[in-house]
Design a protein around this ligand. Sequence first.
Ligand code: NDP
Length: 461
Amino acid sequence: MAKFDYDLFVIGAGSGGVRAARVAAMSGAKVAVAEEYRVGGTCVIRGCVPKKFMVYASEFAAFAKTAEGYGWSPSGAVFDWTKFLLAKDREIARLSGIYVTNLQNAGAELLHGKARLVDAHTVAIAGKDGAEDRTVTADKILVATGGRPFKPTEIPGVEHAITSEEAFHLPQLPKRILIAGGGYIAVEFAGIFNGLGVDTTLVYRGANILRGFDDDVRAHVAEEMKKRGIKVVLGCQHDRIEKTATGLANHMTSGHVVETDVVMFATGRKPYVDGLGLETAGVTLNDAGAVAVDGFSKTNVANIWAVGDVTDRINLTPVAIREGAAFAQTEFHNNPTSFDHEMVASAVFSQPPVGSVGLSEADARRQHGKVDIYMSRFRPMKTTFYGGDDRCLIKLVVAADSEKILGCHVVGPDSPEIIQMAAIALKMGVTKPQWDSTCAVHPTLAEELVTMREKHLPVGA
Ligand code: NDP
């Protein structure tokens, strides 16, 4: 008789957990996955996927304006938020269903309910509506519970503010919104709401948005956002939020008061470890409150692993997927695999969007000393035609001695698509001469990346 009920028990049916469960189950292992909410996790249910639909929805107003420059008559089209939400929720339900089917096809069992570790090999799954907890045992356990939005609770009135989770289900589109934060979510939702016609203010406490990205990218995106009508307020944060008869009064540290209908906090996400029983099982958390793991996603407990945002390494869906797959390859396919967290590209679906891979100029200078910069700003072709004011930015950061390209940054139409391809070359260690030997594809924005010959000199050099 088997010693345990399952070979693998996965807590959390998001991107990382589902991939690990499927790959493990394909080895013939007996696998179960517990999910307390909907299968698909943050990415599918309340993150990347619905966000991208909202970005698409919000872009049409600008397209319509562009279209006029091309000879189209104004269409007078109006946006229906309720209709959009219905279509979005239908598609999310379809995608969640596909995740369920994929798990079933791989032979993994899906258990609904919140799972809690009772000891290193025992998991209790909370019963619904007062039903008894179900307890099962497993040889190996994988924690893949993701993260949850964080709001600074010390701000009086912060309970009036929503997070991105609620932004996906607002009963109606507000007329005015203030978004606090300067990271991925704040910048993306500012573009979404602005595009949908909402009077949008973004307030960030630092010197410029998108900390961690290249400084030229940060400045460029902020400028382009302002051109599109977003009020970007820097070096300032909330003092308190007060409910008034006409909305929410945002009292800022600058002394200004901004009244809006909705306040959204996009002030980061925290690993979701609450009520998991990790301490009971002896699993150690790091200083950031994330599950501490080694290069093979293993915790300090010999039979417990963790992948994805709950480990707070690089909090991106494809990274969680690769960590989950690497874990399953190592433990169930006799193929030791450690996901390499170097040169992971990412995109910010701001308007305009950003694609970025490798080091920023500042980080490259810190790590490599002398670097050469190739940079260009220009109007995209589509815009030039009708005299639009948008600007693209492309930038390459190159090691002066080895000529290796250390970073590639693009702000402009299709930059997320462009950066995926650039990431292949950078991951392979491409040098600037090799990069330049690639013939351009004309007429495209991306061709500018392979035709930059002049080094960009700092102002005053
Ligand atoms: P980020 O960590 O990217 O940004 C959080 C922002 O909130 C920062 O600007 C931060 O400021 C600010 N902040 C933090 N605490 C406070 C506070 N107490 N008061 C005021 N401001 C505060 O988190 P997000 O919520 O934007 O996104 C969470 C994660 O989700 C990201 O790290 C990313 O990995 C992932 N994500 C990825 C996307 C993509 O790939 N396109 C899209 C959306 C999310 P400061 O910079 O000063 O610390």
